[in-house]
Design a protein around this ligand. Structure first.
Ligand code: HEC
Ligand code: HEC
Ligand code: HEC
Ligand code: HEC
Ligand code: HEC
Length: 563
């Protein structure tokens, strides 16, 4: 570690603290404290651990269905989702290690969202995750979600029990974001149906049909990096809580809920003709509508069938992550590979329904349009590694490949980025942040230190509005999308002699650059090398074909006499 970084960090600390500290070791992380990452809501000690039951308890009734019905049970579907597997996700642990190297105590913030049971067990206090136990590692559990209380008390709508729960908190969350969750300390289960006939205490909770429940974790700002009056971001002074806890005022790391909230899906929903939602009907609005589609099935193994049971599949884009997890847990008796395999299938199906491609040609050029049908940006969520792009292959009448854009080399795991538009978000370090950390300014893989958005070309959802997205901390950067535009369109020159074009939209989450950065940056433990070898063993995060379409040029039709 060079003197530059060391001096830079000291200089930065001097600014922040107004004083010179004793010299820090070269690789010392920025000395943030638990206070820097403190968020309102339920804290350690607020809920007795005995009141939070493990998923296996729920499984006795909400699982163990007949073989033919396993795809309908809450337990099995949840068990194959990323939220159940966060405690077994090598990608997650590799990234926490590197984040802790950059910023002290940040790991507790990650844990609060990813392994939220640790707030109840108290293990969230160890930022390095060293005390996490088997209960914590079950991720976002049944009872966790079903103990969640709406932090915004709505008289006449919220369960009356909530008032005293909220009143007992030191600080009530004002926003759905950053894991500012509130749990019922008594663990009274909550669900949305008024007509349920359970065998345990149950409180009717409209919050469970509200996207804000999901937004509680699916909106991540760096609570230690705040927006300035001029729109740029800056590190907070050390040992100070986020000034407002308003996610729009924090450096954006994930804005899925904000993207959704500012879309047409939040504003009454959109009829997508049954693309998502299952038996909930063609009009989809909330996260639950698309990620917990309705199906005919029983809520428990001896219950009557409901025509619109909310599925617990929580399928997203995680196909390659599930492959890593399956490889990592191959010898773990607590993990059923069949659940993961089914979850992988559902994630693949979700990706295949996320977008469509339209092709046309005009004046020797191909016009390619990629249309986003999701309720947020495409891609959304975790920013590192995730990207989508269009691969165009131009063929002549003898089916010879004349050229392509967005080609991907499986041997090197490299994408020809220059020839296509890559839909992705990159964060970076400003000159100030570079000086403070000794790292280079510009695009970075040090997510926890980032204070600039270098790029955000991800395709917006229906109802997109530039001004509102800028205000919400989810701006478009490095490309332009007009208000209302939920597709990306680009013209490409057609090679002479092109008879047909095959267009394929690809999605990738585990890029080589990302996985190598987690390996090479790790100076603490072996998660980085383990992750890298699992990545090698599972096909190196090969891109997934989301959708594909072919355009035959008119000339070819005439040439062959098919007109
Ligand atoms: C002994 C059996 C049994 C066990 C164990 C059990 N439940 Fe239930 N639960 C039921 C029955 C029966 C219903 C009623 C289903 C219905 O009528 O829709 C129900 C309903 C529910 C609902 C329904 C909500 C709604 O609004 O539709 C939720 C949520 C729920 N249980 C959560 C849990 C959780 C979480 C656990 C584990 C901590 C659990 N249950 C354990 C039997 C059980
Ligand atoms: C990420 C949060 C989350 C997790 C984890 C979760 N649930 Fe749910 N669950 C919900 C939400 C939200 C609903 C209501 C969905 C709706 O009706 O739109 C629900 C609905 C239910 C229902 C009622 C279904 C119906 O339509 O009648 C049952 C039963 C249930 N959950 C049990 C479970 C069990 C058992 C587990 C663990 C195996 C579990 N849940 C895990 C969020 C969660
Ligand atoms: C109209 C349907 C729809 C709605 C509404 C919707 N999603 Fe999605 N979501 C999708 C589809 C399809 C995908 C898979 C494509 C993708 O990854 O973007 C997806 C992907 C995701 C992913 C994977 C991340 C990634 O890499 O892109 C997350 C996380 C997610 N959604 C969360 C949410 C949350 C939280 C909400 C509500 C605030 C929500 N979704 C609302 C359809 C929807
Ligand atoms: C306590 C925090 C929390 C809550 C509440 C929560 N999520 Fe998640 N969710 C996560 C985390 C963390 C992950 C990623 C897990 C990992 O890999 O470690 C995730 C992953 C997902 C994924 C998979 C993303 C992918 O890349 O495939 C989907 C889909 C999803 N959540 C949907 C929902 C929906 C819908 C709700 C509301 C009903 C919800 N979540 C509520 C924390 C939460
Ligand atoms: C406020 C909640 C929240 C916090 C805090 C948070 N995350 Fe996440 N993280 C999520 C959600 C939600 C997802 C799933 C989104 C998706 O799949 O795109 C996710 C996804 C991820 C993934 C991708 C997992 C996979 O297998 O695809 C990694 C890695 C990750 N987070 C690491 C971290 C690290 C490291 C920290 C702390 C520096 C952190 N997260 C803090 C909510 C959070």
């Amino acid at each position: 570690m060079g003197a530059m970084r060391w001096l830079g960090r000291i200089g930065w600390l001097a600014v922040i603290l107004g004083a010179w500290l004793l010299p820090l070791a070269a690789q010392t992380p920025i000395p943030m404290t638990p206070r820097d990452f403190h968020v309102p809501g339920t804290q350690i000690g607020d809920m007795p651990l005995a009141n939070l039951l493990e998923p296996n308890v729920c499984r006795a009734c909400h699982g163990n269905y007949q073989a033919a019905d396993v795809a309908r049970e809450p337990y099995a579907t949840w068990a194959g989702s990323l939220m159940a597997l966060g405690g077994k996700d090598p990608l997650y642990f590799a990234q926490v290690t590197n984040a802790n190297q950059d910023v002290e105590n940040v790991g507790s913030f990650c844990t609060r969202c990813h392994l939220p049971v640790a707030v109840v067990t108290g293990h969230v206090a160890q930022a390095d995750g060293s005390t996490l136990d088997a209960h914590d590692k079950q991720g976002v559990t049944c009872h966790f979600c079903h103990s969640m209380v709406d932090p915004v008390y709505k008289p006449g709508i919220s369960p009356p029990e909530d008032a005293s729960i909220l009143a007992a908190l030191d600080a009530v969350p004002g926003y759905a974001s950053n894991a500012m969750f509130v749990l019922d300390p008594e663990g009274r289960r909550r669900g949305p149906r008024e007509d349920a006939n359970p065998m345990h205490e149950l409180i009717v909770s409209p919050f469970h049909r509200d996207a804000a429940l999901c937004g509680t974790c699916h909106d991540v700002g760096n609570v230690a990096v705040s927006k300035q009056a001029n729109g740029t971001y800056r590190y907070n002074a050390i040992d100070t809580e986020s000034p407002s806890h308003d996610p729009a005022q924090q450096f954006p790391l994930e804005r899925t809920y904000t993207e959704w909230k500012l879309s047409a899906f939040a504003d009454g929903g959109v009829d997508l003709g049954g693309r998502f939602g299952g038996t909930r009907g063609p009009r989809v609005s909330t996260c639950q509508d698309c990620h917990m589609p309705g199906l005919a099935g029983p809520p428990c193994n001896f219950c009557d069938v409901r025509p619109d049971l909310a599925s617990h599949e929580f399928a997203g884009a995680a196909v390659p992550s599930l492959d890593l997890i399956a490889a990592y847990t191959a010898d773990d008796p607590a993990v059923d590979p069949a659940h993961i395999a089914a979850g992988r299938e559902r994630a693949l199906s979700m990706l295949q329904r996320a977008a469509t491609i339209e092709l046309a040609h005009d004046a020797g050029e191909l016009i390619a349009r990629v249309i986003n049908h999701t309720g947020h940006k495409l891609p959304t969520g975790h920013i590192e590694g995730r990207r989508a792009w269009l691969n165009l292959r131009f063929y002549d009448s003898s089916n010879a490949l004349l050229g392509q854009t967005g080609g991907y080399d499986l041997a090197t795991a490299e994408l020809d980025e220059a020839s296509t538009t890559v839909y992705e978000m990159h964060v970076g370090l400003s000159a100030d942040a570079a000086a403070a950390t000794g790292l280079p300014a510009g695009t970075t893989t040090h997510m926890a230190l980032a204070d600039t958005i270098e790029k955000d070309t991800r395709i917006p959802p229906r109802g997109f509005d530039n001004a509102a997205y800028i205000e919400g901390g989810a701006p478009v950067v490095g490309i332009s999308y007009a208000d209302g535009q939920y597709w990306h369109e680009r013209r490409y020159p057609l090679p002479v002699g092109t008879q047909h074009v095959i267009a394929t939209l690809y999605y990738q989450t585990l890029t080589r650059h990302y996985i190598e950065a987690l390996r090479d940056g790790n100076v603490t433990d072996n998660w980085g090398t383990l992750l890298h070898s699992l990545w090698e063993d599972t096909g190196r995060g090969a891109p997934i074909a989301m959708t594909s379409t072919t355009l035959y040029l008119v000339d070819r039709v005439f040439a062959n006499g098919f007109d």
